[in-house]
Design a protein around this ligand. Structure first.
Ligand SMILES: *Cc1c(COP(=O)(O)O)cnc(C)c1O
Ligand code: SF4
Length: 347
């Protein structure tokens, strides 16, 4: 067993252990965990400074997850967009391949919490073969995004085999990894893994930092190893009520990301996944945050604020209303709040 596997094996999965550690009543936690599994890696657990803080909220089960609201299990209609098991094909030229059913830490706000970490998500060799043959037979697919779960929880040999099989498909031009292990299990990013990954370029990695306290020296070192192996690194943040829904927190996060060579890519508005309502903010909150970033920080640090439209209709960019009036001249709002006439093209 390698060190990262020992760390993963030592993750907290029993509400009883958590309850003893923090003197909580384990029963309400157990009820949640029966439905949505818990796993907190030692590294991530170590980032908790106290009950209810920004790290705690992301990983500790909350009875509100069981409150029935108007949300749905699969708001993005991923099951309908799945031509074969483990593939989500919504955009013509790119697909998600759900390569692994597990994560190093289960995020309480996960879009796929209906199945991530559950036995049904484990997947079989047969399903993977079907997914690969779908990709082979679908020449429109240029970009394969390995998702899950967390594809970097696959052992090196299995991941290498999967990447090799994807690379052997001529029309697959690029591969992306979507992984939160740089944040939750930085031990996973070994020199051996990076040496393997660099054989499969163009290979991109999008990770998932949500809070400045996740920018630890260990996470920074993991990102450095990946970047040194030539993987362009992006970050997808989920806008979470009570975690990162203020401009100062987000400012610190995006600045910190650029310092560790990770470029902010998306800021996701929470979608309508059942059991996550307590994390949702107003759209205006996100718009105000993005407006507050525009100007004070490098343009490289400003993510696209998007909402994934219900029913599998795709991502919609949400932008502050900079265009106050179209026509000629157009009236724009500057980041400072002044208005500006702009000589719009006359048709
Ligand atoms: C977000 C997403 C992608 C990737 O979209 P990009 O904007 O290219 O990063 C692909 N497929 C699905 C189903 C997605 O939700
Ligand atoms: S790491 Fe990603 S897939 Fe895994 S639980 Fe968190 S949000 Fe969901």
């Amino acid at each position: 067993m390698s060190e990262w596997q020992r760390q993963l094996a030592a993750a907290l999965t029993d509400p009883g252990d958590l309850a003893r550690r923090y003197q909580l009543d384990p029963e309400p936690l157990r009820a949640v965990v029966e439905r949505y599994p818990m796993r907190i890696s030692p590294h991530y657990l170590g980032l908790i400074q106290g009950p209810g803080d920004a790290i705690w909220k992301q990983c500790v089960p909350d009875p509100r997850e069981l409150v029935a609201t108007d949300e749905v299990l699969d708001p993005l209609d991923e099951e309908r967009l799945s031509p074969v098991p483990r593939i989500v094909h919504r955009y013509p030229d790119r697909v998600l391949l759900l390569a692994c059913g597990e994560c190093a830490t289960y995020c309480r706000f996960c879009t796929r919490k209906r199945k991530v970490g559950c036995p049904a998500m484990a997947g079989t060799a047969e399903e993977l073969a079907q997914a690969l043959s779908y990709l082979e037979n679908t020449p429109a697919v240029r970009d394969v995004i390995l998702s899950g779960g967390d594809p970097l929880l696959l052992e090196d040999d299995r991941l290498e085999d999967l990447l090799r099989r994807l690379r052997s498909i001529p029309h697959v031009e690029m591969i992306r990894l979507g992984s939160r292990v740089p944040v939750t299990l930085p031990e996973r990013i070994t020199d051996r893994l990076c040496a393997m990954l660099r054989e499969f370029h163009p290979l991109y990695l999008n990770t998932h930092f949500n809070h400045p306290r996740e920018l630890t020296p260990e996470a920074a070192a993991a990102c450095r190893r990946l970047a040194d192996a030539g993987l362009p690194l992006g970050n997808q943040t989920v806008l979470l009520r009570g975690v990162n829904d203020t401009a100062p927190t987000m400012l610190e996060l995006v600045r910190g990301l650029l310092k560790i060579r990770v470029r902010p890519y998306y800021l996701h508005h929470m979608d309508l996944t059942s059991g996550t309502g307590h994390f949702r903010t107003r759209i205006e909150t996100g718009l105000n945050i993005v407006a507050a970033l525009r100007g004070p920080v490098s343009g490289l640090a400003v993510p696209h604020y998007v909402i994934d439209a219900p029913g599998g209709k795709g991502k919609i960019p949400l932008q502050p209303e900079y265009l106050l009036r179209g026509g000629h001249p157009a009236l724009l709002r500057t980041p400072g709040g002044a208005t500006l006439e702009f000589p719009n093209r006359v048709e």
